[in-house]
Design a protein around this ligand. Sequence first.
Ligand code: FAD
Length: 304
Amino acid sequence: MLAAISKNFFLAVSENKTLNKAARKWGLKFGASKVVAGETIESAIQAVKELNDKGIVATLDHLGEFVSSREEAIESTDYCVRTLEAIATSGVKSTLSVKMTQLGLDIDHDFCFDNMCRILDTATKHNLFVRIDMEDYSHCQITLDILRELRKTYDNVGTVIQAYLYRTEKDIEELKGVSLRLVKGAYKEPPEVAYQDKKDVDENYWKIIKAHLLSGSFTAIGSHDHNIIAKVKQFVKENNIPNDQFEFQMLYGFRTEMQQQLVKEGYNMRVYIPYGDDWFGYYMRRLAERPQNVAFALKGFFSK
Ligand SMILES: Cc1cc2nc3c(=O)[nH]c(=O)nc-3n(C[C@H](O)[C@H](O)[C@H](O)COP(=O)(O)OP(=O)(O)OC[C@H]3O[C@@H](n4cnc5c(N)ncnc54)[C@H](O)[C@@H]3O)c2cc1C
């Protein structure tokens, strides 16, 4: 009951524009610096280097919420291009993750598509991969439509599929051969479109992981759930799925010991590293997922 209240509270706060705007001026506060790798590209590249030294690769995400003008979308696109260039110049092992609402998805689909092409041209030049994060349900279909269109020209792009959506099993079937990150899903979705019960989400998650792995497609398992991770390890062994057909992914600052352990066991481990001054919404969504993380926030609050 308490967990449900705190989940709804943090999800609601994550969407509060005034707080998000104000937080940009505060700097990383309330423990956010444990899960956000600083506000600049330089600090993000440094975080990648530190992980690379431990045998972990990365994917960088420049944080941004509520992009509503073309100027803001172009600025976000520029950030993505600069991030790819910084990855290439520094020689770190990292891909890029992007949210298309930052690139103008809510303004004009063609404009967003053109911004994606700019990013993918830069990625192609440097032989880098770009993953489109999946946002809330209202953006799901258009994200997949744009992905299909992009894949006519680029093969270095993939997306994310969320296990809590009813539509997911069908999407997985249609996305055979595409590099996918599979996750449980982070947004608050209504019962009309998504499973509400954790048990149903977990069951569907396991179902889609097996389906994508068995189709021979590259599968990133984006989860901190030790039960799922243990099942994946067993499943790939039993089905002779090679290590280069899948990887585990976790968020920066979460379950760092387990990240190291997986590397020691010989698995590919990628950490999703968010950076930038627009950290508030991302941080609140992480607090919503795991009430225990609130301890992080409170510690940070009192130590500042
Ligand atoms: C790399 C990555 C990228 C993502 N990208 C997207 C995206 O594009 N779109 C989207 O909607 N969502 C995304 N997510 C978020 C995802 O959808 C989930 O909301 C989030 O990962 C929480 O689910 P979980 O599978 O990690 O485990 P949960 O269901 O939250 O936890 C399962 C169990 O694992 C254990 N556990 C979990 N976290 C911890 C911890 N920190 N410490 C100790 N034990 C823990 C607990 O026992 C818990 O009961 C992403 C997640 C990751 C890791």
